[in-house]
Design a protein around this ligand. Structure first.
Ligand code: UD1
Length: 419
């Protein structure tokens, strides 16, 4: 296992390239296995552990995957098994997309219940409700979800909560159902739109992705295609927040500025400068920004995935900031680590009250989950002295080459073995 050692206090200057969106890629790869007669070539797939894990799972089903840099070719013409039960399935959240994909193509799936970041209960009742509404029988036995249908028939499904996972998963299955499915109260995240665009490129008939009503007219089969995944909104947001916290001027390239609006608006409210061009944003900051209040919400609201990095910035911003985490009930595990570095934070349920301090000081801290890890890296970058971030396997699940990207911006950060 590795750790990151950071000597804080350097301003950041220069530019950073953002990779493909993790949360889109982890759904696009399972969607690709729905092509029964030809291959998919997908570009801009990020080099992160969650993707490697998912590739191994897909190969275990009988698909052939080849990767050249960020381009992944998936040949699922020989796919035979509908059973995903390797250790990798339990390691990641998005393995649940194999349920929708296999159910769509084979009308049957047997997938171990997913793992992922420990940020809340994370039920999948809305996924199950959707599959059942399409006509599937769903059973959970010995930690495995088994879903079977004689036929999948399109219908109207109203989600009780706005869920990215349920929206995408049910959309996958409905793509190959008979007739029309209407998903209401659907998630509108950019990665939902990206997966719909990918499926449409494969021959699906999906309209309305990006709004809260998605209409899917089932088709008989999907065919392989070439596609490129959108840039990662959360990786971009993390570098924006880091630039605002460290001070300096950082241009974040290969982004869709529209996807970053809620983050840009908060940074501007705090006193940073954000310059948007067609496919880049530049964040300029003189540090000592003003504290603000944040409530995490489904897109286009402030993303819960950027809440943790943002809370580090608020620790060293002037005055009191209040964070309301409305999506996940346990997404404050990084707060105790920030306190070790001198932050003044009080957590009450889903609310964190942060009183800005002049500085954080280096300490040995843990990445308790993926985005918590990013929060601790930013804390290390701004702290006085040396910080060690341990358990960075969580960070590697979602941030490609994080230490190299920060080093290129002028940070003093190295990876070392934890042993
Ligand atoms: C996805 C993202 C994750 C992000 C989250 C919210 C992936 C792989 N992960 O997670 O990075 O933080 O969206 O933007 O894309 N819920 C239910 N029942 C369900 C499903 C969800 O009650 O069946 C609840 C969840 O507990 C949570 C809320 O709905 O409170 C949103 O969850 P959801 O959007 O489904 O998150 P994920 O798809 O797990």
């Amino acid at each position: 296992m590795d750790k990151l050692i950071i000597k804080g206090g350097k301003e950041l200057f220069g530019s950073v390239e953002i990779g493909g969106a993790k949360n889109a890629a982890v759904a696009v790869l399972p969607a690709a296995i729905m092509a029964s007669k030809s291959i998919c070539v997908i570009d801009n797939i990020p080099e992160i552990e969650d993707i490697q894990c998912e590739e191994r799972i897909i190969e275990s089903l009988g698909c052939k995957i080849t990767r050249v840099k960020n381009s992944v070719t998936i040949d699922s013409t020989m796919l035979k098994s509908v059973k995903a039960d390797t250790d990798d399935v339990r390691k990641m959240r998005a393995s649940y997309y194999l349920i929708g994909a296999l159910l769509g193509r084979f009308k049957k799936a047997s997938v171990e219940l997913p793992g992922g970041c420990p940020i809340g209960v994370r039920p999948i009742d809305q996924h199950i409700k959707g599959f059942e509404a399409l006509g599937a029988r769903v059973n959970i036995e010995h930690g495995t979800i088994i879903v079977e249908a004689d036929r999948l028939i399109g219908t109207n499904i109203y989600f009780d909560v706005v869920s990215v996972g349920a929206t995408i998963n049910v959309m996958l299955a409905a793509t190959l159902a008979e007739g029309t499915t209407v998903l209401e109260n659907a998630a509108k995240e950019p990665h939902v739109v990206d997966v719909a665009n990918f499926l449409n490129t494969m021959g699906a008939n999906i309209k309305g992705a990006g709004t809260d009503v998605i209409r899917i007219v089932g088709v008989k089969e999907l065919i392989g295609c070439n596609y490129s995944v959108i840039p990662d909104q959360i990786e971009a947001g993390t570098y924006m927040v880091a630039a605002a916290a460290c001070g300096g001027s950082v241009t974040i390239n290969n982004v869709i500025p529209k996807h970053l609006e809620s983050i840009s608006a908060k940074l501007v409210e705090m006193g940073a400068e954000v310059i948007e061009l067609d496919d880049s944003v530049t964040v300029k900051s003189k540090k000592n920004l003003k504290g603000v209040n944040i409530k995490t919400l489904p897109y286009p609201g402030f993303p819960t995935d950027v809440q943790q990095p943002m809370s580090t910035l608020l620790c060293v911003s002037q005055g009191r900031s209040i964070i309301n985490e409305s999506i996940f009930e346990c997404r404050f595990k990084h707060i105790d680590e920030l306190k070790k570095m001198g932050a003044h934070i009080k957590v009450e349920g889903r609310i964190a009250i942060i009183d800005g301090v002049k500085k954080l000081t280096g300490a040995v801290v843990k990445a308790s989950d993926l985005r918590a890890g990013a929060a601790m890296v930013i804390a290390g970058l701004i702290a006085e002295g040396s910080t060690e971030v341990t358990s960075i396997e969580h960070i590697d699940r979602g941030y490609p080459h994080i230490e190299n990207k920060f080093k290129a911006l002028g940070a003093d950060i190295v990876r070392a073995s934890q042993d």
